[in-house]
Design a protein around this ligand. Structure first.
Ligand code: AMP
Length: 695
């Protein structure tokens, strides 16, 4: 909601409450004043009641405004989550790892249906991205030597600010504590003044920007203590999220478990470029485990310490970021949340992707293309398009080198969760590894005809600089060589007119005086046969576990049992994602039906359709409920020796199919060639749901 209306609701509530308090005082005075007529007291009490009612409804309006799902949104979201998580854990979609030893926070196993869902999601990812774009898939080790992660910046900067409970030593993420405090105040403290509310909102907006000192200052100012014990907290300090190890027995070769898969691709750029015929653009892809020693993981599968990432690095000429297939996605319309809307307190709005790129809201067509493909990927899996938005990073969230970044965020009971990051990281990563390794990770554009170009040549005189700056000579040389063309030409002009110039050397943190004999700066004309450049990289990075968890929530619903005496759980997974595509139930236990079930079993196996046969003697209704609960789309009931019924999970509609056609009908649906509705329409052209057979 717009900040202004929440603000006015807070003001209205404060006014109504003040009026009710004043009236309560007036009633008290009247009651204690001798000789006041009872009618006058009654009238004042009535007025007080009316004011209290008004304050109550103002409070309710504000409550609705501050919680996204209405007044009881938080409670119902948690109840919904509990129902989903109970089902997921009971049916072994996932299991807390090492459970018999009381588990480890942030580590989970996928059980049989979870494993199947994950492998279906990854198979579709490969088909939708790797196959569609002819990407070069690689598979690199998780154990990574320190030098690689030093070059990428992870050793120095992959940190979160942590605070410790001063008595128990329990660790917390400092920004999470501050965020929780501000959010709770905004959602639950309805008597918060509009000024204080604005302050908390501002803190939330700049949270990512706060230094350790600023964060510590805020925690102290608001009196925030350890959530579990209420003990005082230490000052925040950076904690590196990588798991450290050493490679080999000597302990002399430090390494880390990779925090992302991308670095494996960057360091292979030279070979992959050659493999691709020295041509750009091309993309490499990798699916693999990533490890992050999260400080205090919570939110189940959403924040874990080991997870599967699927990453794409699309290498492109920085001077041409068009995409030949952009037209395929240009007409898509979906929720986008550009920077401006966020800064103005507005909400995400439906935008046409083609327009977003042509207006410059999205930096370039290749980035736009991937945003569109990610939208198609997620919605195809079953993510609700109304609970999916693409949010642009605010300037303070984006690395300084990045040209533009968008996160695919999915709304679930925990709020809007970043599930895919899509970033134009410019040439940063390849440059960083070129510098550190000394191996140029560059691309070449060969010219048809040699071109005459002007080149800036800066030659510092090491001898003269050494005489003047002694030990600092190297730093001065590097700073001179790193000058931009504009800086260099200005220096040349000043040296020619004045003979010397003040020059700031960042690495020394001071100005030095450069004399004319210390550097030569010239523009030279050269013939060049090719352009050598560092490609830009556009990186879509998918947190597979987060996508799967959101998919679980978006697919889950309950419906009453036939006898209406209990609520049954259902996952409405599309066939593509469903862990098992169909079940086979002999209606009653007899040899003939068992034989038919065996024939169907063989034909389903031959067609490559995952299925289970349930021969338990329980009622057919119970058997349906059991498979609905793991999201099996089709159930085959063997109720004769010539044909069977196939029942669809969500509509509960049934059709009769001859035994030798069962596998092909099931395959048609689970392969996505036809939907259930297509099949119903073919059989009953004037079919409506009400006319269909139901269980
Ligand atoms: P990042 O490199 O931080 O942008 O992360 C890339 C993707 O990994 C994010 O979009 C998330 O989907 C996912 N991700 C990051 N951290 C975690 C975590 N601790 N647990 C699960 N998924 C994560």
């Amino acid at each position: 909601m717009a900040a202004a209306s929440e603000d006015s609701l807070r003001r209205a509530l404060a006014e109504k409450q003040a009026a009710a308090d004043a009236q309560a005082d007036a009633v008290r005075v009247l009651k204690s004043t001798p000789g006041v007529a009872p009618a006058e007291v009654d009238a004042a009490v009535e007025a007080l009641k009316a004011l209290k009612t008004e304050a109550g409804s103002a409070a309710r309006r504000l409550q609705v405004a501050v919680t996204s799902n209405g007044g009881d949104g938080v409670g119902s979201r948690e109840a919904f989550r509990q129902a989903v998580v109970n089902t997921l854990e009971r049916r072994l979609f996932y299991i807390p790892s090492f459970k018999i030893y009381r588990g480890v926070a942030g580590l989970y196993d996928y059980g049989p249906p979870g494993c199947a869902v994950k492998s279906n999601v990854l198979a579709f990812w490969r088909q939708h991205f790797v196959l569609e774009e002819n990407m070069l898939e690689v598979d690199c080790p998780c154990v990574t030597p320190e030098v690689v992660l030093k070059a990428s910046g992870h050793v120095d900067k992959f940190t979160d600010l942590m605070v410790k409970d001063e008595k128990t030593g329990m660790c917390y993420r400092a920004d999470h504590l501050l965020k929780d405090f501000c959010k709770e105040k905004l959602e639950k403290d309805l008597m918060l003044s509009p000024e204080k509310a604005a302050e908390f909102k501002h803190v939330l907006a700049v949270l990512d920007d706060l230094s350790a000192e600023e964060l510590g200052g805020k925690l102290k100012e608001y009196g925030i203590t350890a959530p579990d014990t209420k003990n005082p907290l230490s000052d925040p300090y950076p904690f590196n999220l990588m798991f450290q190890t050493s490679i080999g027995p000597s302990g002399l070769s430090p390494g880390y478990m990779r925090p992302e898969t991308a670095q494996g691709i960057f360091v292979n750029f030279k070979d992959l470029y050659y493999y691709n015929g020295n041509k750009l653009p091309f993309a490499a892809a990798q699916i693999g485990q990533a490890f992050r020693n999260e400080i205090s993981p919570r939110q189940g599968l959403l924040r874990v310490r080991e997870f599967t990432l699927a990453e794409i690095e699309h290498f492109v000429d920085p001077e041409d970021k068009s995409h030949p297939k952009f037209a395929d996605v240009a007409n898509l319309e979906f929720l986008m949340f550009p920077r401006e809307q966020q800064l103005e307190g507005e909400s995400a709005k439906s935008m046409n992707l083609g327009e977003a790129v042509s207006m410059g809201t999205v930096n370039n067509a290749t980035l736009g293309y991937f945003i569109g493909r990610v939208y198609l990927f997620l919605t195809h899996l079953g993510i609700d398009k109304d609970r999916l938005r693409f949010r642009q990073h605010l300037p303070n969230e984006m690395a300084h080198y990045a040209a533009d970044c968008w996160d695919a965020e999915i709304e679930c009971s925990y709020g809007w969760i970043e599930c895919v990051g899509i970033a134009d990281r410019s040439a940063y990563d390849l440059r960083a590894h070129s510098d550190k390794s000394g191996v140029p990770l560059v691309a070449h554009e060969k010219f048809a005809e040699p071109r005459e170009v002007e080149k800036l040549v800066i030659v510092p005189s090491k001898k003269e600089l050494g005489l003047s700056f002694k030990a600092s000579q190297k730093m001065v040389v590097e700073a001179l060589e790193a000058m931009s063309e504009k800086e260099a030409l200005e220096m040349k002009a000043t040296l020619e007119s004045k003979g010397e110039v003040d020059f700031h050397v960042c690495t020394l943190g001071k100005d030095v005086v450069i004399k004319k004999n210390m550097v030569s700066i010239n523009i030279e004309r050269k013939k060049e046969h090719q352009r050598v450049f560092t490609p830009s990289v556009i990186e879509p990075s998918f947190g597979i576990g987060r996508i799967i968890y959101c998919l679980f929530e978006h697919s889950f619903y309950t419906r009453p049992s036939k006898a209406e005496d209990e609520q049954l759980n259902v996952f409405r997974f599309p066939p593509l994602v469903a862990p098992i595509k169909c079940t086979v139930f002999p209606l009653i236990k007899n040899q003939e039906f068992d034989n038919v079930a065996k024939i169907i079993d063989r034909s389903l196996t031959a067609a490559g359709i995952s299925h289970i046969i349930d021969i338990t003697g329980t009622s057919i209704g119970k058997r349906y409920a059991r498979t609905d609960e793991i999201g099996v789309p089709l159930a085959i009931t063997v109720d004769s020796t010539t044909s069977v019924t196939i029942r669809e999970r969500d509509s509960k509609e049934q059709i009769r199919v001859e035994i030798d056609k069962v596998a092909s009908v099931v395959k048609e649906i689970t392969d996505g060639q036809s939907t259930w509705d297509d099949i119903m329409f073919r059989r009953y052209p004037s079919h409506t749901s009400a006319q269909a057979d139901k269980e």
